[in-house]
Unconditional design. Structure first.
Length: 264
């Protein structure tokens, strides 16, 4: 792979086409991969609408992207990749760290954003469940990984064994080293950086924030202080891993946000 490009999984349409619907871009969270979005991509892709899920810098097959680590680098990498693919405005769906990166794209290049749908986004407050994130990062073997990943969801949630096995199978020592480097950059103080939410709201881009009431990683209380321009949906009884825990509710929110924009 050219290390100046992001790896992506694409579904639902050609590179371009007259009358094509606005594409959807999916951005995973810390220590994630593009494949985590496959069920939502399958549901949203169509002959009229292209969907793209990226491996973000330092992750998966974009591990060697130069300068990986800071969310600003990742945001600009996505913008550059859209340029390279000849893509204009997109709907962006981001989870956790990917939600923070999506928000920065909206700040840096608002003309490229048709809407933002943010699932349990990072950067909305200093508090972060860094030890739960570390547990997933350091877990070795499927049993340990399943237990650690379960700690990212609502109490009592057990992730699907196939999902856990796929995540475990994709891990390798070089990839773990890159992820630990990013962890040290983002969470070494036990807190996370905070986004300029008012400036993001001032861009006028539609923002829909979805939060589980049992989120133990990005505290749900952070949803109470978002700008008035943002739409907030709380999902009762769900935790941080919303695209896995509550896929139907996520799909409904994404569709609602897109439809609101596209009917204008």
């Amino acid at each position: 792979m050219d290390d100046q490009r992001l790896f992506a999984i694409e579904q639902g349409g050609a590179e371009s086409g007259e009358g094509a619907a606005t594409p959807i871009v999916f951005l995973h969270g810390f220590d994630g991969r593009a494949e985590i979005w496959a069920p939502l991509q399958d549901a949203l892709a169509s002959p009229q609408r292209r969907t793209i899920a990226f491996d973000l810098p330092g992750h998966g097959r974009s591990r060697d992207y130069p300068g990986f680590g800071p969310p600003k680098i990742a945001a600009r990498a996505v913008i550059t990749e859209l340029d390279a693919r000849g893509i204009g405005a997109v709907h962006i769906v981001g989870h956790s760290m990917g939600g923070a990166i999506a928000s920065l794209i909206g700040l840096f290049a608002p003309e490229r954003v048709a809407s933002l749908t943010l699932l349990a986004p990072g950067g909305f407050g200093k508090e972060i469940g860094a030890e739960r994130i570390r547990a997933v990062m350091d877990a070795e073997g499927t049993d340990a990984l399943g237990t650690a990943l379960g700690g990212m969801g609502a109490p009592g949630w057990v992730p699907d064994s196939d999902t856990v096995a796929a995540i475990a199978a994709a891990r390798n020592p070089a990839g773990r080293a890159a992820i630990r480097q990013i962890f040290d950059h983002l969470f070494s103080t036990g807190e996370q950086g905070v986004l300029p939410l008012d400036a993001i709201a001032a861009t006028g881009r539609p923002v829909h924030v979805i939060w589980g009431t049992e989120d133990r990683v990005t505290p749900t209380a952070q949803a109470s202080s978002v700008p008035a321009e943002f739409t907030v949906t709380l999902l009762d009884g769900f935790g941080h891993m919303l695209m896995i825990e509550a896929p139907e509710a996520c799909l409904a929110a994404i569709r609602a946000n897109m439809e609101e924009v596209e009917k204008r």
